[in-house]
Design a protein around this ligand. Structure first.
Ligand code: CTP
Ligand code: MG
Length: 245
């Protein structure tokens, strides 16, 4: 494994979604959490964890809003227009990173995870520096899980069976990569027209193995309106602790 002890770290922040499940007037990444847009929270946490610059992927037409939202960001950032799927947005961010200076380590982060602790960011970076080409923060699944049979039955009732959750992990961001590996993985997936759930899955499609580090409940994703309420409460209870972690 190649050690990447001095390589610069850039974050690719995916913020080009509309947030249709969250709803509301403002696109999700610009939605305020304790008065600060989600995307600005994300950049602050990434910077505190060791990221040196960021490329933020945004929806066309919203550049002025993101420029305002990020005016106090602690690290330099650039905006790029995203695509119709998250995968396309990440690809566009990777292209800009490739054109804008040296980056050996890329952290791909969802703007929708505004509270990721800097300690998780730092752990992801450390694992990539140690030579892992694809690193994912993950948590054990706490809910009981059932698998449903989509065919149902003749009387229309849903058939399901319990799934052993012990070996299951819920995946978070930021996911960390050797830049060249992630670009090769995205090229491969685009060439074959594969649909993948995240960037680590892209890397698996080219035969790379994914290294897990512990995630955090604080790195929850804001998806639905109830998540904003939970995020506000978590920030009020643990915000100071997160800033110092
Ligand atoms: N994202 C993106 N480009 C897209 C779609 C999503 O950059 N074409 C980003 C979102 O901005 C978000 C992250 O990917 O930060 C995770 O996606 P998700 O939580 O699904 O956000 P949205 O797609 O915005 O929400 P929804 O699916 O409810 O519309
Ligand atoms: Mg989405």
């Amino acid at each position: 494994m190649k050690s990447r002890s001095d390589d610069p770290v850039v974050a690719l922040v995916a913020a080009a979604g509309s947030g249709s499940r969250l709803g509301g007037e403002v696109p999700k990444a610009l939605r305020p959490l304790a008065g600060v847009p989600l995307v600005a929270h994300s950049l602050a946490r990434l910077a505190a964890g060791g990221v040196e610059r960021a490329v933020v992927v945004v929806a066309d037409g919203l550049q002025p809003d993101f420029e305002r939202a990020l005016s106090d960001a602690p690290i330099p950032w650039q905006l790029v227009i995203g695509g119709s799927e998250r995968q396309h947005s990440v690809r566009r961010g990777l292209d800009l990173i490739g054109r804008s200076g040296p980056a050996e380590i890329v952290l791909v982060h969802d703007a929708a995870r505004p509270m990721v602790p800097p300690s998780v960011v730092a752990a992801v970076i450390a694992a990539v520096r140690a030579g892992h080409v694809a690193v994912v923060p993950a948590l054990p699944v706490v809910d009981s899980i059932r698998r449903v049979d989509s065919r149902g039955t003749a009387d229309g009732s849903i058939v399901s069976e319990v799934v052993d959750r012990a070996p299951l992990r819920a995946v978070q961001t930021p996911q960390g990569f050797a830049y060249a590996t992630l670009v090769a993985a995205h090229d491969h997936v685009a060439r074959l027209g594969l649909e993948v759930t995240d960037d680590a899955a892209c890397c698996e499609a080219i035969g790379e193995s994914v290294h897990l580090v512990p995630g955090s409940r604080l790195a929850m994703k804001v998806t639905e309106p109830t998540d904003m309420v939970v995020a506000e409460a978590l920030l009020a209870a643990f915000g100071e602790q997160v800033r110092r972690s």
